[in-house]
Design a protein around this ligand. Structure first.
Ligand SMILES: [Zn+2]
Length: 444
């Protein structure tokens, strides 16, 4: 396929912007990038030519930490007084919702954000799943939804002792079963981590067994770490160390591991994370929503911790997240130099690096040899769009523009605003979600 007449924002090493550019794609891989006239001439026999209409063509966006299962919580009223802190938010909302989820709720709960993600240009999702009364096979249900939408995803089940040892055991088994499957398939479209909820709901025996199983499967763990202050207080009280130290003692840190949040960590923790080459994902909107505090971005940068950006289920749009990231850190540090460049780097360099580790492909750039995960944004810049100004356009213009087309692995999932998903009807899914949400809320 030849895509012509695009303003290409490559986000490659030299951060080129190519006016009237074209991209040649073969077998789901970007083979050539150049000017439309030159590539048209070279590939004049190519029958599949797609006119981008002058829109911005750029890499698809990657969501580094997501909860597809959170969809049906939207607007759910809770009995009694509103939660006063993060612990109560977990106890009153999330741990009630996840227990009430049935296997038949999981597909629609995943499809809704996967589709809104396609509409927002999110082409890769790294998910963290919980459904304690529907554990066995839950990751296969999510994997089917992911396959049917064509999105690239890495899945895991969050093991926890909060619902008793039997459900913890089922969680470990589900991760092992699913990882055995994805390790056999070795598809660059579907990968997995070993999921863990957070150290404060995991006993030593469970943590030990989980970390051993993760090592056996050759993957890292994906866990919430020091999200709220309570996680730090719990680790200090029960184990005499920080959450990061406890995970390090169990051998959970390493290049495949994702620590989500790391709001309440210290300098020694940061060095443990950096030296083990562990990734931290940052979810600023969720942190603000749960009022857990803000990650110390400057200290993370100074310690050279690898950072990626996720949404934590707030939505599946990275545009809103990256802009929130910019604003919260400028605001928090009272320093207008901190937010924007770091937020930009996190989304476009950090998420790319994390996705390359996770999926084993080159991704996140319009560059030769990268997978053809790309989007067309209906954005016509009112000021010059060059390698030096891309960042300003992302934060002050493109984030509000419409994503017109979304491609994953060389296949259009959406073209000119219309989904191209076989067997998936958006209106039907919305109606089913409504019906299931009503029943789920009654159970909660
Ligand atoms: Zn999370």
């Amino acid at each position: 396929m030849l895509i012509t007449n695009a303003t290409i924002v490559t986000l490659d090493r030299s951060n080129r912007v190519i006016a009237d550019g074209a991209v040649f794609i073969e077998d789901g891989i970007i083979r050539e990038i150049g000017k439309t006239a030159a590539l048209r001439k070279k590939h004049r026999r190519e029958k599949k030519v797609e006119d981008a209409g002058g829109m911005v063509l750029m890499p698809g966006l990657i969501n580094a930490h997501m909860h597809l299962y959170s969809t049906l919580a939207r607007g759910m009223a809770l009995p009694g007084e509103p939660p006063i802190d993060f612990e109560q938010i977990l106890q009153h909302l999330w741990w009630r919702l996840d227990k009430a989820l049935r296997p038949e709720d999981l597909r629609v709960s995943a499809l809704v954000p996967l589709i809104t993600g396609i509409r927002a240009g999110t082409t890769t999702v790294i998910d963290h799943h919980a459904s304690p009364n529907a554990v066995d096979g839950s990751l296969d249900i999510l994997a089917d939804a992911v396959r049917d939408t064509g999105v690239r995803a890495a899945l895991c089940y969050e093991v926890s002792d909060r619902d008793g040892p039997e459900i913890a055991r089922l969680g470990i088994a589900e991760n092992v079963r699913f990882l055995t499957r994805v390790n056999q398939e070795r598809s660059p479209m579907l990968r997995g981590h070993f999921g863990l909820h957070a150290q404060f709901t995991i006993e030593d025996a469970t943590l030990r067994e989980s970390c051993e199983a993760a090592r056996d499967q050759g993957v890292g763990v994906h866990i919430h770490c020091a999200e709220g202050f309570a996680d730090l207080a719990d680790a200090m009280q029960r184990h005499g160390c920080t959450p990061v130290e406890r995970l390090a003692q169990h051998g959970a840190l390493g290049p495949g591991t994702i620590l989500a949040h790391c709001v309440h960590i210290n300098e020694d923790d940061r060095l443990l994370i950096r030296d083990s080459d562990t990734f931290v994902t940052h979810q600023p909107r969720s942190n603000m929503n749960n009022a857990v505090g803000a990650m110390d971005l400057e200290q993370m940068r100074l310690a050279e911790v690898s950072l990626a950006l996720g949404t934590d289920g707030m939505s599946n749009s990275m545009w809103d997240e990256v802009r929130a990231c910019h604003l919260i850190h400028n605001h928090n540090t009272a320093d207008p130099r901190i937010g924007m460049a770091n937020a930009f780097e996190m989304l476009f360099l950090g998420n790319r690096a994390l996705a390359e580790r996770t999926f084993g492909v080159r991704i996140g750039q319009i560059a030769r040899g990268c997978v053809a995960d790309l989007i067309l944004v209906d954005y016509h810049p009112p000021t010059p769009l060059t390698r030096d100004t891309v960042m300003g356009h992302v934060f002050f213009g493109m984030g509000e523009a419409r994503v017109d087309s979304t491609m994953v692995d060389g296949r259009w999932l959406m073209r000119r605003g219309r989904l191209r998903l076989r067997g998936i009807d958006e209106a039907e899914i919305a109606a089913e979600a409504q019906a299931r949400a009503r029943r789920l809320w009654r159970r909660v």
